[in-house]
Design a protein around this ligand. Structure first.
Ligand code: UD1
Ligand code: CA
Length: 500
């Protein structure tokens, strides 16, 4: 999936102001509410991306509460965005005034959105701007008709015309029965908005400067723009209620996450992907899936993961930023920044860490951990292996319990294993060494030197067999010291004095 920026779609609004200064106390979090994630991305990033899609001349985020965290996140994924500081949260109207201060005498349209409404998308904002342009109004409000409007500002209408917005706390009983709510997302004529926020008072139930009062002022003719042809206020109603859903606590956060995921899964199922258990499957928005991919229960596909056609992923598998080829099978596995060629089979219970590259038809079995490891085509690592910092050729077999020891406590080194080599069970290959093609490493060996092509390397104590010893041991319980079977395999300890 790629997103293309289509210039003909560009709305060219003067500015988008994203309000992000509010508290978020109901999250009960040390982290800014806006950094909590929906589908793996901070809510703030969703809001900024939706705004950026309008291609505005200015993109301003109003910051205040936990400002350092919010600014750090913006610096990371949206360095082009300008921030305006609202030191004290005196209301949405005041927040917009803080943003306008830095923008001078702007002309054109100003869109206002919230940073805590993660499902709002560019398409809806474009529709809103289009409605605003065709109606020649001073403001257009994005509204929705909801089953329970409690807490929201209500849209007061006279037919098609919007005559004002009243906050829940300021509304009378008749107004509270209105189910059309203000989403808090608007397009304003820049001049009218400037005049409106300058004229705001905080004489209301919450003692705040309400942006909604600018809407009422524009509707009543109290403020005007520079273009006399523009007057009044319009509404653009959306049927997709999720697009206006704000997140104030972690219950709402999980609901929005579930809905976002449900939509992503549905898109993939309609595109030819089998998802065995949608309730336990999570797919992030940048993931790309081929035809006839099957995802089994309990699996998560994250980041920029792509999966080739015919692959079977899961159950209980998490892939993050992985590139997976066609007809691959990955069972009960964790993998990050790994590349899996066509026909590769992994798992169950493998851990593929960053830098793992598995060429075509390689096989990774149970309890194998790889890191910065390139395995050539047809190579097989069936079970119980650590392969860190290693380049392995084609058609190599690595036995159970083999360890590619890559770190001596200070530095990390790389090992290479040539095509067709055989690494026996329980071999420790101490990097850096080069194992040439066709070499045979005997089981239980500790390999510390390079091994030439087609040779046998054996590096272990020869076994010793005492005939009848066990029977005597059972009889005597305490065998004499000189027949101790451990005497020829006793550990050797080098003390510092040995080297002085
Ligand atoms: C606001 C609207 C209400 C609408 C609702 C939709 C007003 C007066 N009311 O109410 O009509 O139905 O949104 O969700 O605008 N913020 C700041 N600085 C502030 C205050 C708020 O940046 O001083 C930001 C918040 O971070 C938040 C957004 O503005 O993202 C909305 O603020 P909030 O206090 O939640 O507004 P509501 O009372 O819900
Ligand atoms: Ca709110």
């Amino acid at each position: 999936m790629t997103t293309t920026s289509d210039q003909s779609q560009s709305s060219g609004v003067a500015a988008v102001i994203v309000l992000a200064a509010g508290g978020g106390t109901r999250m009960r979090s040390k982290r800014s509410k806006l950094l909590h994630e929906v589908a793996g991305r901070p809510m703030l990033s969703w809001a900024v991306n939706a705004a950026r899609g309008l291609d505005p001349q200015h993109l301003v985020v109003v910051v205040g509460h936990l400002r350092d965290q919010v600014e750090a996140q913006l610096a990371e994924d949206a360095p082009d965005v300008v921030t305006a500081v609202q030191a004290e949260q005196k209301g949405t109207g005041h927040a917009v005034a803080c943003a306008l201060e830095g923008l001078g005498d702007l002309t054109g349209e100003v869109v206002v959105t919230y940073a805590d409404v993660p499902m709002l998308n560019t398409q809806t904002l474009q529709d809103l701007v289009r409605a605003h342009r065709s109606a020649h109004t001073l403001a257009t409000v994005l509204t929705a008709e909801v089953p329970d409007p409690t807490g929201y500002g209500r849209v007061l209408r006279n037919g098609e015309e919007v005559v004002g917005i009243v906050e829940h706390k300021d509304a009378d009983d008749a107004q509270r029965r209105i189910r059309e709510i203000n989403s808090g997302i608007y397009v304003f004529d820049a001049a009218a908005l400037r005049r409106g926020v300058a004229a705001l008072s905080n004489d209301n139930a919450q003692g705040e400067y309400y942006l909604t009062d600018v809407v009422s002022m524009a509707a009543s003719g109290q403020i005007h723009g520079d273009d006399p042809a523009r007057h009044g206020v319009g509404a653009h109603r959306t049927d997709d209620l999720w697009q206006t859903e704000g997140v104030n606590d972690r219950v709402q956060l999980s609901r929005v996450n579930a809905e976002m995921n449900r939509r992503i899964l549905e898109k993939w199922m309609r595109a030819g992907v089998t998802i065995a258990d949608p309730t336990s499957t999570w797919i992030q928005p940048d993931v790309d899936l081929g035809q006839d991919v099957t995802i089994l229960a309990g699996s998560s596909l994250n980041g920029a993961t792509s999966i080739g056609s015919g692959a079977v992923i899961g159950p209980e598998t998490t892939l993050t930023d992985c590139e997976v080829g066609q007809d691959v099978v990955v069972r009960r596995t964790e993998a990050t920044l790994a590349v899996l060629g066509d026909g590769v089979r992994v798992g169950p219970w493998a851990n593929l860490r960053p830098g793992t590259v598995l060429d075509q038809d390689t096989r990774i079995g149970a309890f194998v951990e790889t890191k910065n490891a390139h395995l050539g085509a047809g190579t097989s690592v069936p079970r119980l292996v650590y392969a860190g910092d290693v380049v392995i050729g084609t058609d190599v077999t690595v036995g159970a319990g083999a360890v590619f020891a890559n770190n001596d406590g200070r530095t990390t080194s790389t090992t290479s294993v040539g095509d067709g080599a055989f690494v026996g069970s329980n071999v420790v290959v101490v990097a850096p060494v080069t194992i040439a093609p066709g070499a045979f490493l005997a089981a239980g060996s500790a390999i510390t030197e390079d091994v030439p092509a087609d040779s046998l390397a054996i590096a272990r104590q020869r076994g010793h067999i005492s005939t009848g010893w066990a029977a005597r041991h059972r009889e005597q319980m305490a065998p004499p010291a000189d027949s101790d079977p451990r005497s020829d395999t006793r550990n050797h300890i080098s003390t510092p004095e040995d080297h002085s």
